[in-house]
Design a binder for this molecule. Structure first.
Ligand SMILES: [Zn+2]
Length: 271
């Protein structure tokens, strides 16, 4: 056995040293072939996305973002296990959709990379996935109050955000999506929605592109705060959220204009 630093607590230091489970950092399956070198500018964009999530308060020491490989849809790109604010282009690894690293070079992937691989398997329309534990979203996975779209930037929530309760299929667990089965079940619950909440854990946001996935992760967190405020103001009365007809109309505008936020957020993280 070898010592390693737990990939889901990568920044917590040596007190978290432990013995490595078999599925971390490569695994026993054959090493998949690489789809080929990726343009450095794309790797830098993905690294910037990770730092943006930290800058916007969506992730802290935990959480991660990935994107589908630009050439091969059966591969995706994601940082090695590292606090999101610290990610650079050199940290980006390539995985197949079974979440095996193509060229690990001694690096460990995130324990919860199965969230990403299984969503890519089930959703051909998704090209980027964000997993976070953003704080304001957590209560909506606990109390049975559906998340609704409070304003146009969160229009993608007008169709609802299903809640993945890991306990329903897997019983008592450590709450982490650390294997294929759990990732596949989460992707099944997500269905064709942009966002799913994860009971007592966090959420998953998806998009047709990296900027849109980041946009949705950021505004899921903002929307959660607004919905809590609206609920207090409403004092039991109705909340005039976006309806099912308004949602897709506003979301189409957001997808077209996400680059404005993306460019500004990149600037803030030195990209
Ligand atoms: Zn997590």
């Amino acid at each position: 056995m070898r010592l390693f630093q737990c990939p889901c607590h990568a920044s917590l230091g040596s007190s978290f040293l432990a013995y490595a489970p078999a599925d971390v950092g490569g695994g026993s399956r054959p090493v998949p072939t690489s789809a080929g070198a990726v343009d450095r500018a794309i790797l830098e964009e993905l690294a910037a996305a990770s730092r943006i999530l930290a800058d916007q308060g969506v992730v802290d020491a935990f959480g991660h973002v990935s994107m589908r490989h630009p050439v091969n849809p059966n591969r995706f790109l994601m940082s090695r296990s590292l606090a999101p604010a610290l990610v650079t282009a050199d940290d980006i690894m390539e995985f197949d959709l079974d979440c095996e690293a193509c060229e690990a070079k001694g690096r460990s992937g995130f324990l919860e990379r199965f969230i990403h691989g299984e969503v890519y398997k089930q959703r051909a329309d998704v090209n980027s996935v964000v997993h976070s534990h953003s704080q304001s979203v957590i209560p909506f996975g606990l109390v049975g109050v559906p998340m609704r779209a409070m304003f146009h930037n969160a229009a993608f929530l007008a169709e609802g955000a299903p809640v993945f309760d890991i306990r329903e299929k897997f019983g008592a667990t450590d709450m982490l999506v650390g294997n294929h089965q759990k990732g596949a079940e989460l992707a099944r619950v997500l269905g064709n929605r942009p966002v799913a909440l994860m009971r007592a854990h966090g959420s998953v946001a998806t998009g047709p592109s990296l900027p849109v996935a980041i946009f949705r992760a950021v505004y899921t967190e903002v929307n959660a705060r607004l919905q809590l405020q609206a609920t207090m103001l409403a004092a039991g009365g109705p909340i005039a959220a976006l309806d099912a007809q308004e949602g897709p109309m506003a979301d189409a505008v957001n997808i077209g204009s996400a680059s404005r936020a993306w460019d500004m957020w990149k600037r803030r993280v030195g990209q």
